[in-house]
Design a protein around this ligand. Sequence first.
Ligand SMILES: [Mg+2]
Length: 179
Amino acid sequence: MIINVDSDGVVYDLVSLTQELARREYGADFPKPTSWGFENWHITWDQVFALWGIPGVFEHGQPEPWAIDGIKDLLNNDHTVRIVTNKHGLPDPAQAMQETIEFYSFWDLLDDVDIVFSGSYAKEYEADVIIDDKPTLEWAQDGKINLLYNQPWNRDAYNLSVIRVHGWSAVGTAIAVLT
Ligand SMILES: [Mg+2]
């Protein structure tokens, strides 16, 4: 099976590092965002984007819990894992892409997964299973297994064609049961 896996918010814990950087840059504590637009941070998008331009922001964060083991399990079960991530529109897309490659290299996955910097063309990469955290659900593919990776910012997202999974253990279980 081909499994498309979104990176930020599914494999890479961008938000925790963004919280740390926001505390450093803006001198206040910021909670987990409860919406895609960081509305509960009460700062501007430009300020959020400034944090995503800081060197290392796409490299030096932690993986989501058990994400690396989860990907390795999928590979061991002979699935094709395709990391599909959009870095266009960021302050420095080339830097973000390079850092993303470094992150997967650090975790020893670079030789085993495909990395696709998709721009807005993620849906053109057809897969059997798609895993993403974006609450718009625009990434879901018709007739495929669509898994919404549960996060505080996507709790209101709902669609009959999407299955919500809490954590990588549930990702593995869902794929084992449904494929
Ligand atoms: Mg994401």
